[in-house]
Ligand binder design. Structure first.
Ligand SMILES: O=C(O)C(=O)C[C@]1(C(=O)O)C=C[C@@H](O)C=C1
Length: 383
């Protein structure tokens, strides 16, 4: 066969694969309906185990090794679970609307832009994008009704917690209604033909710069220029048309501005992932069939053992904590507000009791939101 003919055959096969993936997704959504009516949880890891084992066996005579099959099906099953969760939440809260207005940092091509696309394509037919220049503007856009939702990065595996966002949460009346994790793959991006040895300025958002600090130490005679977002950095490089100025951001985003990759994998941690939260004016309920997270803040006061006692309340109710963060309280020097993420539904009996006790024990407790957990840990094969 000629090259063109082979490629046509590959394209045909890919088209069939896409059709089958769409068909499988529709079946998974039908399963979600059936599970809801039978009061069953969405995730069924026993079924996933059986499925993976059977697929590995079926792959062997076709020359498809176990690792390959497992990798592909982890992605497919993760998609199934997240689609099913979104559907269940939609039925409970009526979240699925034809168009949603979403505020996020930067413009097209920023990391928050991609996170927004990823989260809302499962939940709405159309996204009306409201790119903003600061985290404060994003929150204001939802508070004032200019946007329905805000997407905010809250932590990153390389640079840690994003303090500015934590501080905004302390004062807003908005609720956390969702979360998502998104891999962040930083690249150096320049105008076509840029020579890295001649570069004199690197532009990006301060969080991005922090996540690539080790790589940047190795660049001598290069000035760091902070921008409102990585997309603002792309726009700047494109507008200036000066090959000594480059940006750091995602490859796909840079492409939208005609920029090319000079170097990849710049982040301090190889696994560089950001966790984003989605906030809205109205809280949501999380269906019992899916794993929930609750985030609350508390001020325990400074008496000895106050935090330990508060955390013991969670332990006594069998509630596991996935994150504990502290931030200063403005106007009260050396006093700290604690932010707590727990794996629990706000409507669970244990959680209700724990919050009642924390209300009595501490000086201040406020629930920031209860939302579906985005973590779909891959099912491992047990031999
Ligand atoms: O079979 C089910 O119960 C499904 O919901 C489908 C499916 C899948 O995609 O295969 C998805 C999630 C479950 O954890 C198990 C399997």
């Amino acid at each position: 066969m000629e090259l063109d003919q082979i490629r046509t055959a590959i394209s045909d096969t890919d088209q069939q694969l896409l059709g089958l993936l769409a068909k499988r997704r529709a079946l998974a959504l039908a399963v979600a309906e059936a599970k809801l009516s039978q009061n069953k949880p969405i995730r069924d890891q026993k079924r996933e185990q059986e499925l993976l084992l059977s697929l590995i066996e079926q792959g062997k005579p076709l020359g498809l090794d176990a690792q390959y099959v497992t990798r592909i099906y982890h992605v497919i099953i993760e998609d199934s679970v997240l689609q099913q969760q979104a559907k269940v939440q939609d039925q409970l809260n009526g979240e699925h609307t034809p168009a949603v207005r979403v505020a996020f940092l930067g413009g097209q091509g920023s990391y928050s832009y991609w996170a927004t696309q990823k989260y809302f394509t499962r939940r709405a037919e159309r996204i009306i994008e409201l790119g903003c220049d600061s985290f404060n503007d994003i929150v204001k856009a939802v508070e004032t009704g200019h946007a329905d939702y805000a997407v905010l990065p809250i932590e990153n595996t390389s640079s840690g917690s994003i303090n500015e966002v934590y501080d905004l949460l302390q004062h807003t009346r908005l609720s956390i209604v969702g979360e998502l994790t998104h891999p962040i793959e930083h690249c150096l991006l320049g105008l076509p033909g840029t020579d890295l040895s001649k570069v004199r300025q690197v532009c990006s958002h301060p969080q991005v710069i922090a996540q690539c600090s080790q790589f940047l130490l190795g660049l001598t005679n290069v000035k760091i220029e902070y921008c409102e977002s990585s997309s603002a950095a792309f726009a700047k490089v494109k507008a200036l048309q000066d090959p000594t100025i480059i940006a750091i951001g995602g490859e796909e985003g840079g492409k939208l501005y005609g920029l090319e990759v000079l170097t990849r994998e710049l982040a301090n941690q190889k696994q560089n992932v950001s966790r984003f939260i989605v906030v809205a004016r109205k809280p949501v309920q999380v269906a019992k069939a899916i794993p929930a997270k609750t985030t609350f803040i508390m001020y325990t006061g400074q008496q000895p053992g106050a935090l330990v006692e508060a955390l013991l309340v969670l332990k006594q109710h069998g509630i596991s904590m996935s994150k504990l963060e502290s931030r200063p309280i403005p106007g009260n020097p050396w006093e700290e507000m604690f932010y707590v993420d727990v794996s629990a539904n706000l409507n669970d009996y244990a959680m209700t009791r724990a919050l009642e006790e924390l209300n009595n024990l501490t000086k201040f407790v406020k629930v920031l939101g209860c939302y579906p957990s985005d973590e779909v840990t891959p099912t491992e094969i047990q031999a």
